[in-house]
Design a protein around this ligand. Structure first.
Ligand code: NAP
Length: 403
């Protein structure tokens, strides 16, 4: 690893999020050696500007170029999606070269394929492959870890149940829409509905009722608000359940069958109730609509194309807040929060994935599980509480802040 030319390679650096990761590294990389990578040299040159960074050209379909890319760096951080189209050969190259990897995918059917193809090898080699290091699913997965760890610290008991409620202000990227449409067109929509899609074989409980996806609006007195189903819960809950299942049971802060559910906050009173009801209905219509080719064609026509996204002003004015309430088996309650300014799918996602890459490039002895941990992991199991501290240093609200 020491002889590698770079600490971090940013793959997909010319994309809408990719360009923001380059700007973040130009400002925060310090002494890290880093490079931009992607398929188009001219675009990459343009994005690099005056930054002191290398440049690597490698198409997502060029196995030789990807092998050379992965061999040159300790870590690859990818924002090139849809990941089911542009991510598989890159991850295979990273596993083959023992290169740590993180990305911002929310494509859980693709992640399931990575687990099947690469988990055993990456675990044996101590290579950390960490998908879902964007807005999906860092606040949920790291938030759940913070709350569970604090419950364990206060009561000595594992956490039995966590509910999380999101409030978001942000826009939609064309790349995100393309990824969703690709899931539908690949016939993988049904997989999204499996609450234990990302669990290791044999770790899903026999009785899954408490873990079923929430589809109806509800009032919650703990959050003092109306809550709607949250579209991204179908991604985030699977990631948190994988974290629970991958954490060694002895001393774990999570109970073996910890229940994790999440919602979208819509407000108080009749207006909050009306919005929650409308959103629940809208999500139901959307789930059915995504199966229709005409519906998908209309989405393509009306919504942003790949490479497009919200305006700079809209991204600066965005925000996110993920509040969590956990409960131990003996009734101890702990509240937690991860929040930040800026569009969650762009500003926050950029911080999440760049800080994940920097953590992976740092001292592995400080990461959960130490140098030997590897596999297709989650933000909580690969990066853990030290990563939460990094996010706090990067300006995010992190509560309770780990000691
Ligand atoms: N987790 C989150 O919260 C979150 C937030 C935002 C986005 N995302 C995900 O991130 C991904 C990117 O989003 P985005 O808005 O940045 O999309 P985008 O602007 O369309 O960027 C896509 C990137 O993929 C690259 N690419 C396309 N074909 C390639 C190929 N054959 N070889 C190598 N690279 C190739 C593009 O390169 P060119 O520039 O050369 O075309 C570009 O850099 C999507 O999957 C989206 O769902 C996740």
């Amino acid at each position: 690893m020491r002889q590698r030319a770079y600490d971090v390679v940013l793959y997909g650096a010319s994309g809408f999020v990719g360009r923001q990761t380059v700007a973040y590294f130009a400002q925060h990389a310090g002494r890290l050696r880093w490079a931009l990578a992607g398929r188009n040299a001219a675009k990459l040159e343009d994005v690099r500007g005056n930054a002191e960074a290398g440049l690597i050209v490698a198409d997502a379909g060029d196995d030789d170029a990807l092998a050379k890319l992965a061999a040159q760096s300790k870590v690859v951080a990818s924002t090139a999606g849809p990941f089911a189209l542009y991510g598989s050969a890159l991850v295979a190259a990273c596993v083959a070269q023992g290169t740590h990897y993180c990305d911002i995918t929310g494509e859980t059917p693709w992640v399931r394929g990575l687990i099947e193809r690469h988990h055993a090898q990456a675990a044996a080699d101590g290579t950390r492959i960490v998908p879902c290091c964007g807005f999906d699913s860092v606040p949920s997965d790291i938030g759940a870890l913070l709350v569970a760890a604090e419950i364990k610290r206060q009561s000595g008991q594992p956490c039995a149940r966590i509910k999380a409620c999101h409030a978001i202000r942000g826009g939609l990227n064309g790349g995100t829409l393309a990824s969703l449409l690709n899931i539908a067109e690949a016939g993988a929509l049904d997989q999204l509905g499996d609450p234990f899609l990302l669990n290791p074989q044999g770790t899903a409980p026999d009785d899954r009722r408490a873990h079923a996806d929430v589809l109806a609006p509800r009032h919650d007195s703990d959050f003092d608000a109306w809550l709607a189903p949250f579209v991204m819960a179908a991604i985030n809950t699977r990631v948190v359940r994988r974290s629970v299942a991958l954490t060694p049971r002895r001393g774990s802060a999570y109970a073996a069958e910890m229940v994790y559910q999440e919602f979208l906050r819509t407000g108080r009173g009749p207006l909050g109730a009306a919005i929650a009801t409308g959103l629940a209905g809208g999500i139901g219509v959307g789930i059915v609509g995504m199966r229709s080719a005409a519906w998908r064609a209309a989405m393509r026509r009306l919504l942003p194309a790949p490479g497009q996204g919200p305006s700079e002003r809209a991204m600066d004015n965005g925000s996110f807040r993920c509040e969590l309430i956990g409960e131990s088996v003996d009734g101890t309650h702990v509240r937690g929060c991860i929040a930040g300014r800026g569009d969650p799918g762009n500003r926050a996602t950029t911080i999440f994935v760049c800080e994940a890459a920097m953590a992976l490039a740092g001292d592995a002895r400080k990461l959960p599980g130490g140098v030997s941990r590897g596999g297709v992991l989650t933000p909580a199991t690969a990066l853990g509480l030290p990563y939460a501290q990094r996010l706090a240093q990067a300006g995010m609200t992190i509560e309770p802040l780990p000691q």
